[in-house]
Design a protein around this ligand. Structure first.
Ligand code: SER
Length: 885
């Protein structure tokens, strides 16, 4: 029975019995207390707990789940998978214990031809919560189970909750007996490998609180309804029905295991440790694939960290199987092919998944090799010292420099039989966090000590009027000079001014501060910067241009309208680019930060690959189409929860108050929480011209754009260049690329021909030089300074050519030339000359000494050079003299 078949039977069985078939929810749970969907009931928690009226009285689903608390067990037991699917049937105050037991028994034991799962009743056992006599009665009556196959167990196994405050209840579990070959007699209470749990029926009727552990909590009351929540492990039933020994060998998982076996050349079933590794790989690849298809990306915290850990454990398991090369491009498609029928999102998102997964593998492979050496050395040292521990500093180094998650270090050390000083590691991590914090702080407070602002804030608050007006009437509430509160400031002073009302935007949310001025009776201040050092207080850094200003004076803030128009366009452009990125790259292209000011914007977002020029153009096209469509822009202040339910994008890690400002461009197309200033309709942005794309860190990319008139000016400048080129090359604009490529090709061909001519002309010089040979001694010698040589290479060609032309009689050739204004000598000897005791190296060296430099080479060919060009004839003579004796 294929996994898909079991799944179909399940949904049909309960569908036919009045259950609404609900599709699987995402692995990323909506419930903030849960990192992942850990059970089929998670999406139904609001109904089970009675917080929200259920839209249907009964439901059924096959839910994707992730549990990683038993990650170390994966591959070692037959049934621990980090990803698994839970078949569930749910009743929200409709049927209860008796009906739930009846349904379970019917589905399990009906023949296949009737849509059942055809288990032999004599193979099935059940457990019940210790005092649940009612359940025991039903099991006897409905299933006819004898007393000895019903076991009473305690809270640790037979009371179920998510481990968080919420709905819970006693449960009854159904087990399949694999037979004596798999373990001891005695039922599920004795051996959970032989007796495999396949189905858990939870009689969910209580509310729990003060959850200290899965088994230690307080029952604080009854739920409004008596509910049913059941869960059958789809993979477990599949492995029992497919006649294989564990969940890693079922049709949905096995293909990856086989691929790992092929890639490593190791046979599955031969060596126990290898088998475990292959099973780990099969499990983790599938889990990673499913997580990524639900939008999780590798990172260093939360869900992303768990994904990263799964990916890295996979890489490591492949290495332990002897494969050092990347394997994800082989393993992931195998898993995709096995999963895509049940989960189309896997195929739809595969390009993105592949990009992320393959990049993660490559990065980790690079560091793994280096990190492993460091760990090995530390392990050896620990063993030699007789110390059972690796220092926390090594674990920290591995984490900080090599990206080893601490769990990986712990595991690898454990395999090598040593401990890790976890306390020291944690301390180093805490120190690092502290340093980072201090660092961030010291960078921020270029402003004065915060206490002076806090003192003002205790007495007053600044109201920002600048969304609607460029000018605001106010009064000077405070002046700060060199960090201290003062009464007045005179022309030339640079001070910070505190006002009760302002139209000047303070830098925040990525938008730079407004430019403008503050004027009053007899004074005029130029605004240099505007910040919000503490919430609710604007500090206007300004230079007094004329007059004198004092606390208590009436003042008007005036925003530079041109600047503000530009800033507003740039901020709205940032939202447009953000929306376009999501359109084109997908929701995982999450904004990580931004900066904008008049004429310019940049946006950082999580993405690990370069953006191709084509994609860049697409983004630009979407943005400029949105501008052209003149989309309405609206802002609204509303409760945070409501904004989130409307799908407003919040910046990850940003703190928001209970009330937030939501900015829409084109309705929900671009919907962000934002306090910035924006255009009234998208057409006012004018133009967005993407000018750059680069990486910032390993997980983020940055796009930069010129906005409005600046965008136009940049394009105009580009056009001017193109026109010049067009005129110079006498080609229309559209022909330029072809023309330039053609020219480059011609140039290359011409250079090649020149090189051929030069080589030929060098060859032609050889006979002339050979004619000057002095053959009077036992070793002939040619020494000459040659003109018109462009490189030492050419000189070498000439020297070896002359040596060749001289034949086999003992001969030394030494030619000198001035190359790039420096003297060079190259000496060549033939066999005969070397037998007579002349080596090229020492001769070249001697000449080089005269030239004020150095030299050397092989006995048959050597080069010398120096700085003293006029000494070249002398250096060459020296060689001739030495050879002649
Ligand atoms: N919630 C229970 C479990 O996960 C039954 O669905 O086991």
């Amino acid at each position: 029975m294929q996994t898909a078949d079991i799944r179909r039977r399940w949904l049909e069985f309960f569908g036919d019995r009045g259950h609404t078939v609900v599709p699987s929810a995402s692995l990323v749970s909506d419930d903030p207390s849960l990192l992942f969907t850990v059970a089929g009931m998670v999406p139904f928690i609001p109904y089970l707990s009675g917080l929200v009226p259920p839209p249907f009285p009964r439901a059924t689903s096959v839910q994707k789940c992730i549990r990683t608390n038993d990650i170390e067990e994966v591959g070692k037991t037959p049934r621990h998978g980090t990803f698994f699917q839970m078949n569930g049937n749910f009743s929200f105050g409709d049927y209860f214990k008796e009906q739930a037991i009846a349904y379970a028994w019917e589905l399990l034991t009906s023949p296949e031809t009737d849509g059942g799962l055809a288990f032999d009743p004599s193979d099935l056992w059940v457990t019940v919560y210790k005092d649940d006599d009612e359940a025991i009665r039903y099991w006897k009556r409905i299933a006819g189970l004898p007393d000895e196959r019903i076991q009473r167990l305690d809270k640790d196994t037979n009371y179920w909750s998510t481990g968080q405050p919420g709905p819970a209840g006693p449960c009854s579990e159904i087990f399949f007996d694999r037979g004596p070959a798999y373990g001891a007699d005695g039922g599920p209470a004795t051996d959970d490998d032989r007796y495999v749990e396949i189905w858990n029926l939870v009689f969910m009727q209580y509310q729990i609180q003060n959850v200290r552990s899965k088994y230690d909590f307080e029952i604080v009351g009854e739920l409004p309804n008596k509910n049913i929540d059941t869960g059958m492990g789809l993979e477990r039933v599949a492995f029992l029905k497919q006649g294989v020994d564990n969940m890693y060998e079922i049709d949905q998982v096995r293909p990856v295991l086989d691929r790992a076996s092929e890639l490593s050349g190791r046979k599955y079933g031969a060596v126990h440790d290898d088998d475990v590794r292959m099973r780990v790989i099969a499990d983790h690849v599938r889990s990673s694939l499913m997580l990524m298809s639900d939008g999780v990306q590798p990172s260093n915290e939360g869900r992303g960290y768990i994904l990263r850990r799964l990916l890295r454990r996979t890489v490591r398991a492949m290495r332990l199987l002897g494969v050092d090369a990347p394997t994800f491009p082989e393993l992931f498609p195998a898993s995709r092919d096995a999963m895509q029928d049940a989960y189309p999102e896997v195929a739809e998102g595969y390009d993105r998944i592949a990009r992320l997964a393959y990049a993660e593998e490559e990065t980790f492979l690079r560091t793994l090799a280096q990190g492993t050496i460091i760990l090995d050395v530390a392990v050896e040292r620990a063993k030699q010292d007789g110390a059972p521990q690796i220092g926390g500093d090594t674990a920290f180094l591995l984490h900080d420099t090599f990206g080893f998650p601490i769990d990986l270090t712990l595991e690898m050390a454990d395999e090598a039989g040593v401990q890790v000083d976890r306390t020291a590691f944690d301390r180093l991590m805490a120190d690092q966090r502290q340093r980072a914090k201090a660092d961030a702080k010291s960078k921020k407070t270029a402003l004065a000590d915060l206490s002076v602002y806090s003192a003002f804030r205790a007495q007053c608050e600044t109201t920002f009027l600048g969304y609607d007006a460029l000018e605001a009437q106010s009064r000077i509430l405070g002046i700060i000079k060199d960090g201290a509160s003062v009464d007045r400031a005179a022309a030339g002073d640079i001070v910070e001014v505190i006002l009760g009302e302002t139209s000047l935007y303070a830098e925040s949310g990525g938008q730079d501060a407004d430019q403008g001025s503050i004027i009053g009776n007899g004074f005029d201040l130029e605004v240099l910067d505007v910040q919000r050092p503490v919430a609710g207080l604007w500090s206007h850094k300004a230079q007094v241009r004329t007059g004198e200003v004092a606390v208590g004076d009436a003042a008007t803030t005036i925003v530079d309208a041109d600047y503000r128009r530009g800033a507003t366009q740039a901020h709205s452009a940032t939202h447009l680019v953000n929306a376009a990125l999501r359109d084109i790259l997908g929701p995982e292209a999450l904004q990580a930060g931004s900066y904008n000011k008049a004429g310019y914007m940049r946006l950082d977002f999580s993405w690990s690959q370069p953006i191709s020029p084509t994609t860049r153009s697409e983004i630009e096209d979407v943005v400029n189409t949105a501008i052209r469509s003149d989309l309405p822009v609206s802002t609204r202040v509303l409760p945070l929860a409501e904004a989130k339910s409307l799908g407003a994008q919040a910046l990850f890690g940003e703190k928001y108050g209970a009330e937030v400002r939501m900015v829409d461009i084109g309705g929900p197309w671009s919907r962000e929480l934002c306090g910035g200033t924006h255009v009234a309709s998208s057409a006012q942005v004018g133009l967005v011209n993407l000018v750059g794309e680069q990486s910032v860190g390993s997980t983020n990319r940055r796009v930069e754009a010129l906005v409005g008139i600046e965008g136009f000016r940049d394009l105009a400048a580009e056009r001017a260049i193109v026109s010049q080129l067009s005129a110079a090359l006498k080609a229309p604009r559209s022909d330029l690329p072809l023309r330039v490529t053609g020219l480059l090709d011609d140039l290359k061909a011409a250079q090649k021909r020149i090189a051929e001519f030069e080589s030929a002309s060098l060859q032609q010089r050889i006979p002339t030089i050979v004619r000057n040979v002095d053959a009077s001694g036992p070793v002939s010698v040619v020494v000459e300074q040659v003109e018109g040589i462009r490189s030492a290479d050419d000189l070498r060609t000439l020297v070896t050519g002359v040596r060749g032309a001289l034949g086999t009689d003992p001969a030394v050739v030494a030619l000198g030339a001035i190359v790039n204004e420096k003297p060079v000598v190259i000496v060549a000897t033939n066999d005969g000359a070397r037998r007579a005791g002349f080596q090229a190296g020492p001769l070249a060296k001697e000449a080089a000494t005269i030239l004020g430099g150095g030299g050397g080479g092989k006995p048959d060919l050597a080069q010398g050079g120096g700085v003293d060009a006029p000494a070249l004839p002398q250096a060459l003579r020296g060689i001739a003299d030495r050879v002649r004796g």
